[in-house]
Design a protein. Structure first.
Length: 457
């Protein structure tokens, strides 16, 4: 008994115990997974994250389309072929008398060419501004992908360590059950020596049954946590797992200034707010240019074509054969009145309103971020301050339990003290484990808030 809890006392604040809790039986043994292996597997196999990757691919295609529209004209190969046959002519019409000269004989008329579509050469940078907005959106799309990846990884870490916590709690309860069994056997042996009475035996049996019920409940909790983890990994939910990475206390080591500076640069919220502001600036500039009679120079197209036209059994070369046509145009437009109001003043004002709202959004995000950071740091500090007292309480209760067990053979009244010490040791151990888990989870959520990269070994 003493050896068991001396082993437990080797727990430290910075390295919690490795667990070998119950797993689903398997002929091949459980699947061993470290935290990093679990994250890599989830990123590869999870269906929800697969959609995140597809969204990034779609955003990339949209950006490439915008790039080509801005820098390159469209080029098309055009081929046509048609035939016409004259069946007859109405009596008394001019065609009736000249049908032999004008009739269509059904021979095909074909043409093939390369056409280059319209291309804006200069429009006072309106198209450039629109492309810059598309570029900003694509850059944000890449950032959103990384943020979603970080958020997904945090979810995997939470599920992984939730399973480890359930495993640790199950181990602690199984140790308590072992002790309850020993106590029951000890009481029965004392009954034979007339050192215990039936009431004490009944009490010991109740304690043992309570320990059995707790182990049963925690086994179900552990199995459910493995089901959830297997679901994240997109594999058979009954796959047995052996989680090898220990739950460890790792402090955030960030003060408010450092966290707030990181938030202003990398926070998902502030990045989205800044994008809205920058988009608003571009839209205002475009709207202001659109209300002015600024010329637009366009390259209207280039066509190279060759065609055959067969009539009356002979080839008739049309004017398009080998012909190169180049067109350019310049136009001026002054909007006087329309949906945008007189001289587009309502349309311009609308873009200014959106810009002002975006600017307010940036300020609001910064204010809310400051409050969230201070709150998160306070919660982390509270959980951090609880670690040492919880560790000391656990070690003290474990020592008390060892001492009471060693006195059981000589001290009649020590059984109730043993029961209380047993509960205290088990509860203090679980409280310490839960506090480390809660700190780890809250720290990762804090990193997600400020946009800091996770520390995964």
């Amino acid at each position: 008994m003493s050896t068991l809890f001396k082993t437990v006392l080797l727990l430290t604040l910075f390295a919690l115990p490795g667990a070998q809790g119950a797993t689903v039986p398997s002929s091949q043994g459980p699947m061993k997974l470290s935290l990093k292996q679990t994250i890599d597997l989830a990123l590869k196999q999870n269906l929800d994250f697969a959609q995140v990757k597809l969204q990034l691919e779609s955003d990339t295609i949209n950006y490439n389309t915008a790039w080509r529209s801005f820098y390159l004209p469209s080029v098309n190969l055009v081929a046509t072929s048609a035939s016409s046959l004259t069946l007859g002519a109405y009596p008394g019409t001019p065609s009736k008398g000249y049908l032999s000269d004008t009739r269509n004989t059904g021979y095909p008329s074909s043409a093939i060419g390369i056409a280059m579509g319209n291309y804006t050469l200069f429009n006072f940078f309106r198209d450039r501004i629109a492309f810059d907005i598309a570029k900003l959106q694509f850059e944000r799309a890449n950032q959103i992908y990384e943020e979603n990846k970080r958020a997904f990884t945090i979810g995997v870490i939470s599920s992984y360590f939730q399973a480890r916590l359930s495993q640790e709690k199950l181990d602690a309860s199984e140790r308590s059950l072992q002790i309850a069994d020993l106590i029951l056997r000890l009481v029965k042996s004392r009954m034979a020596l007339k050192l215990s009475d039936p009431t004490e035996l009944d009490s010991a049996e109740v304690d043992r049954n309570d320990a059995v019920l707790q182990v049963t409940d925690l086994k179900r909790e552990f199995q459910n946590s493995l089901l959830n983890l297997n679901l994240l990994l997109n594999q058979n939910v009954e796959t047995p797992l052996n989680l090898t990475t220990e739950l460890e206390y790792k402090p955030a080591n960030l003060n408010f200034e450092q966290a707030f500076n990181c938030f202003k640069e990398r926070s998902p919220g502030i990045r989205s707010a800044k994008l809205s502001f920058e988009q608003g600036q571009g839209n205002v500039e475009i709207a202001e240019k659109n209300r002015m009679p600024l010329p637009t120079v366009t390259f209207s197209g280039l066509t190279v074509a060759y065609g055959n036209n067969y009539g009356a059994g002979s080839t008739n070369y049309g004017s398009t054969n080998g012909q190169i046509d180049v067109q350019a145009a310049i136009n001026l437009t002054l909007p006087i009145f329309g949906p945008g109001g007189l001289f587009n003043q309502d349309a311009v004002r609308s873009t200014h309103i959106n810009l002002e709202r975006a600017e307010l959004g940036v300020k609001k995000t910064l204010i809310e971020g400051e409050v969230q950071i201070r709150t998160a740091l306070g919660e982390l500090k509270q959980l951090q301050d609880r670690l040492k007292p919880l560790k000391d309480s656990f070690e003290s209760s474990a020592k008390l339990l060892d001492r009471i067990v060693s006195q059981m053979s000589t001290k009649k009244e020590s059984r109730l003290e043993l029961r209380d010490a047993l509960k205290a040791a088990r509860n203090n151990e679980i409280a310490l484990l839960e506090n480390v888990f809660n700190y780890t989870t809250r720290r990762n959520d804090f990193y997600r808030l400020i946009g800091r990269e996770l520390e995964i070994e």
